[in-house]
Design a protein around this ligand. Structure first.
Ligand code: MOS
Length: 739
């Protein structure tokens, strides 16, 4: 089905099932621990052996020798696969660093060996017996040292944000120099780790020349292609299966060493092998979000109208890598005639930088939305009013392109009302409750909506059961449920009559889970397949398909009425289709918007910051399931608290590795850190986005949160921090002296 004109009325608009806050259909499996994750797929292949990955102990250089004799002789060891035993493997299209093979080391903890044994403990024990000699070479590890001179590099995040190396509209320098009120500040964000609860894991099994990998991956079609490329085998010889994913956040968009080494290990051991990356390997062996250094300049008239805005960002990656697209939202969020964005990319010998939830906007808004708060303060305008003054309903760089929907102003106004913004003191440092300095902050949330084709197959059996099959993944997001809701709505059956099967590369290729595109695109693909199935049913019954009504498990046309299952008959019916998009996304700018509100308390003595209340008001098209969407936003807001207050991959600049490679040292928020969160979705349907009229929301919930916290801390204390994470050591010497 080609979607190239705005959606008109369709069966989804009935909202009998779609749009309802239904519980997750996979909830009982999740809460009873019976949804099998990759490492728990004990039943899929008999006689599984365990692989343990050894990571390089240097950041750059070569492995000159590896003594595996003791490991091979250790109890239970079946095989040792050494990187010196094979040439460097080909690289999948989405990989930047090589995953295995050859002597060259590009980054710390790059995989150099796999030990396969009867038990995990035997594999781990034997891995410790491997002796490795390295020739270490000096590496480049310091972003700040090269940020100003690094080359200008454009790029996109593969997730709907991007920018050219440098982009200019109007005369930024002239307008900035002439502006009566100006801001010129630099902000930094650290490298961050996805820190998914489920580590990257895979079980691999060969049957002849065909490999099946039960894995944990967000993007099955990308993964299948990249496994085939890396192993150098035809794509038809690869099957991936990933029905449950214990968190991804972008860290599982790509095939990683666990999948490739499970396949190599299984080949060497001649039996199925499972490989889970241990927690200490994840920070350096897998991908992370690049650190950024961002300079923002804003010029405005005394009336508060922005006349000049510039956002420049530097990030780092390995050779062939892409920049963190932190300037992308600045191209679209606020009005202003004179504009500049630029991205510099420093080549560093750190592990691979790649997409992490809302790549681009998440760190970009952490800077931009502090800058907006600072600018409002300089102007003496309320920060909400300042944003509203500079709202735009068109792409400010290309005014002929309107936004398909843009309710940022409504998000901010409604949020202000709901949050009690009027009780905020415009002067910082005024509200004290015992030991706590209390303040409120706001930030705009912005994230693009990406359209990408997505396929599905739908079957109908004689009992009237509808089975949906698509390689879409559910990474904790609720895909199973919204796909079931879509099929139930389209076929006129209760949700209990729908079976959803996901994550298998034998199913039609879907949009996959990334860039908050999963919900809208994958359900639109199911919509397309169901539309075809409805036609099949009507044709089989001899009904005129335009008049056919699917409701209550029945098919009706005129005065004829047949149970849906009866239409399917003994042999059943099946239909498959793909949603594909025309140029609507070019004619309209499609984005999602939020107002993020935060209240914090900062301990006047210790500088400890506690989040007290959070509110997100979101405008993101039709909300397919308010319960699962709310959970997505709450999870994202929680991630924003981590980004603001604690999360930082701490870098050893001498040796070039991330030091805090576990969840004791890399601190993500826990329940006790998050007392109260509220989410409001504005009523919105976006007929430009798809037949579902929905957009993404899972990343919007993160975008802007960090700055809202920083702004609340400023309101509480009068201290302006610009370097994340906003830890107490950065506040201590600036807090008022105790009497
Ligand atoms: Mo993407 S960083 O997996 O949403």
């Amino acid at each position: 089905m080609k979607f190239d004109t705005p959606a008109t009325a369709n069966p989804i608009d009935q909202l009998k099932v779609v749009g309802r806050p239904l519980d997750r259909i996979d909830g009982p499996l999740k809460t009873t621990g019976t949804a099998p994750y990759a490492y728990e797929r004990h039943d899929v292949a008999p006689n599984q052996a365990y692989g343990f990955v050894v990571g390089a102990g240097i950041a750059k250089g070569r492995v000159t020798a590896m003594d595996t004799a003791a490991a091979k002789a250790a109890p239970g060891v079946i095989a040792v696969v050494s990187t010196l035993d094979m040439p460097r493997m080909a690289k999948g299209r989405m990989n930047i660093a090589y995953l295995f093979g050859g002597a060259e080391i590009q980054h710390y903890h790059q995989a150099i060996a796999l030990v396969v044994a009867e038990t995990f403990e035997q594999a781990r024990g034997a891995a410790g017996l491997i002796r490795v000699d390295y020739a270490r070479e000096p590496g480049r590890f310091d972003l700040a040292a090269v940020a100003k001179t690094a080359p200008l590099v454009g790029g996109d995040s593969d997730e709907g944000s991007g920018a050219p190396p440098e982009d200019r509209f109007g005369d930024f320098e002239g307008a900035f120099a002439a502006a009566p009120v100006r801001l010129d500040e630099t902000y930094t964000t650290p490298a961050e780790s996805h820190a998914a609860m489920e580590p990257h894991s895979s079980v691999a099994s060969w049957e002849g020349d065909k490999v099946t990998i039960w894995t944990s991956n967000q993007m099955i079609a990308w993964g299948r292609r990249d496994v085939a490329m890396t192993l150098g085998i035809p794509i038809e010889k690869v099957r991936l299966d990933s029905p449950y994913v214990g968190g991804g956040f972008g860290g599982k968009l790509f095939v990683r060493a666990d999948a490739i080494l499970a396949a190599l290990g299984a080949r060497a051991a001649r039996r199925p092998v499972k490989v889970g990356l241990t927690r200490p390997l994840i920070a350096n062996n897998t991908t992370h979000r690049s650190a950024t250094i961002q300079r923002i300049r804003i010029g405005a008239g005394r009336d508060g109208k922005i006349t000049a805005i510039a956002h420049e960002s530097a990030s780092h990656n390995l050779p062939d890598g892409k920049p963190e697209t932190a300037v992308s939202q600045t191209k679209l969020l606020y009005a202003g005639a004179n504009r500049l964005t630029a991205m510099r990319l420093a080549e560093l010998d750190l592990p691979e930088s790649n997409a992490m939830r809302a790549p681009g906007e998440a760190p970009g808004l952490m800077a931009l939305e502090i800058a907006m708060d600072e600018m409002a303060e300089k102007l003496g305008i309320d920060p909400i009013e300042f944003r509203i003054l500079n709202d735009t309903q068109v792409d400010p760089e290309h005014p002929e392109r309107p936004f398909s929907q843009r309710q940022l102003v409504q998000c901010l106004r409604q949020g202000a009302e709901r949050f009690g913004w009027s009780r905020r003191s415009a002067t910082p440092g005024q509200r004290r409750e015992g030991q706590w300095l209390v303040g409120m902050g706001v930030a705009a949330g912005f994230r693009n909506n990406l359209l990408t084709k997505s396929g599905a197959r739908v079957r109908l059996d004689k009992e009237g059961v509808v089975t949906v099959e698509t390689d879409m993944t559910d990474i904790g997001t609720g895909s199973y449920t919204i796909i079931a809701q879509t099929a139930a709505e389209m076929m006129g059956v209760p949700i209990g009559k729908v079976v959803v099967r996901l994550g298998d590369s034998d199913f039609p290729a879907s949009a996959g889970s990334g860039g908050q595109w999963g919900a809208n695109n994958s359900t639109a693909g199911v919509y397309a397949a169901c539309t075809k199935l409805r036609e099949e049913v009507a044709r089989k019954l001899g009904f005129n398909s335009a008049d056919t009504v699917f409701a209550d498990g029945m098919v009706r046309a005129g005065n004829r009425e047949v149970p849906l299952g009866q239409a399917a008959g003994e042999e059943g019916l099946a239909a498959e289709d793909v949603i594909e998009y025309g140029d609507l996304a070019k004619r309209y700018q499609q984005s999602t918007f939020a107002g993020h509100f935060v209240e914090v308390g900062v301990d006047a003595m210790t500088g400890e910051t506690r989040v007290r209340r959070m509110l997100a008001v979101c405008a993101a098209g039709r909300i397919l399931n308010p319960k699962s969407a709310r959970s997505q936003v709450i999870g994202a807001m929680t991630m924003g608290v981590g980004a603001a207050l604690t999360e930082e991959l701490s870098l050893d600049k001498r040796l070039g590795f991330f030091v805090n490679h576990d969840l004791a040292g890399y601190e993500v928020p826990v329940h006790a850190d998050i007392p109260h969160q509220e989410v409001i979705f504005l009523d919105e349907v976006d007929p430009i986005s798809s037949p579902m009229k929905a957009k993404g929301v899972g990343e919007l919930g993160l975008c802007g949160v960090g700055a809202a916290i920083a702004n609340a801390m400023h309101n509480a204390t009068g201290i302006r921090l610009r370097d994340y994470p906003l830890t107490l050591d950065k506040l201590l010497d600036k807090l008022p002296q105790p009497a």
